[in-house]
Design a protein. Structure first.
Length: 264
């Protein structure tokens, strides 16, 4: 587990998508490092349960914000709910994905996905980035997805949003260096989370074993500590991402998504 400096990135960490999976693991590792937490997601009961557990175990403070970041009102709720708190670390992790044919989705669904997967990250990065720049320190970690930058057939909209987030983080990593802000994008490898089966994946139909959430989050926090522009956890996945041509990867993922999700 990577421990990052609470003096540099604290005292409060804001985590979106904190109710399960990678977001929950960020909460666990940061609480172990003494960070006070603002937990954000749609499922308030899960956030309260997690917050109480971490408070008792690590003697931290926590706050819960029930918000749907697929709406602009949800983003505003997070901003208003953290007014007065010294947020030194933003883990902008909320996102969703649903395999299918691009033309079969309604426009409202596509726009809500863009709001959640991309626009919410921009809004929160802008808001908290200004506060961190004024303080001369802080950290921002955004979540992308492996393969997104090259396009994922049958997840075209989602890969577009994640590619935008990845480009944003890499650009701001250079742009914000002078302000004292660290910013990194987590290019998420296949990881053992509740999202994986929703995408049609199992341990049996993946080309390689998915990573544990502990490894994924630990490598992400280490990259943020070092202020690396991006991190793709797992050596085998990094090697695969480097050597497999984008055209082959797109063709392979098209077959996988069609087969695993019964797409005609």
């Amino acid at each position: 587990m990577t421990t990052i400096d609470k003096q540099q990135f604290g005292p409060w960490a804001l985590i979106t998508g904190a109710s399960a999976g990678i977001g929950e693991e960020f909460a666990r590792q940061l609480a172990a490092g003494g960070f006070d937490l603002v937990l954000v997601a749609r499922r308030k009961e899960l956030l309260e349960h997690l917050g109480q557990e971490l408070k008792q175990k690590h003697r931290i403070n926590y706050a819960v914000i029930e918000a749907d970041l697929s709406t602009s009102a949800g983003v505003e709720k997070v901003i208003e709910g953290t007014d007065g708190l010294n947020i030194g670390l933003l883990i902008s992790n909320a996102g969703t994905g649903k395999p299918g044919k691009f033309l079969s989705f309604g426009l409202d669904h596509l726009m809500a996905t863009i709001q959640l997967n991309a626009l919410s990250h921009i809004a929160l990065t802008h808001h908290f980035g200004r506060k961190m720049a004024a303080a001369g320190k802080g950290g921002i970690l955004l979540t992308g997805a492996m393969g997104a930058i090259d396009g994922l057939p049958y997840m075209a909209n989602e890969s577009g949003t994640k590619a935008m987030v990845q480009a944003l983080a890499k650009a701001l990593n250079t742009e914000l260096k002078a302000t004292g802000i660290h910013i990194t994008v987590l290019v998420t490898s296949p990881t053992e989370t509740p999202v994986l089966p929703l995408l049609g994946f199992t341990k049996d139909n993946l080309p390689m074993k998915p990573l544990s959430v502990q490894q994924c989050v630990s490598e992400a926090l280490e990259a943020l500590r070092k202020n690396r522009p991006s991190v793709l956890p797992g050596l085998k996945y990094r090697m695969m991402n480097t050597v497999v041509p984008a055209s082959f990867s797109r063709a392979m993922m098209a077959k996988v998504f069609k087969k695993n999700n019964n797409i005609d």
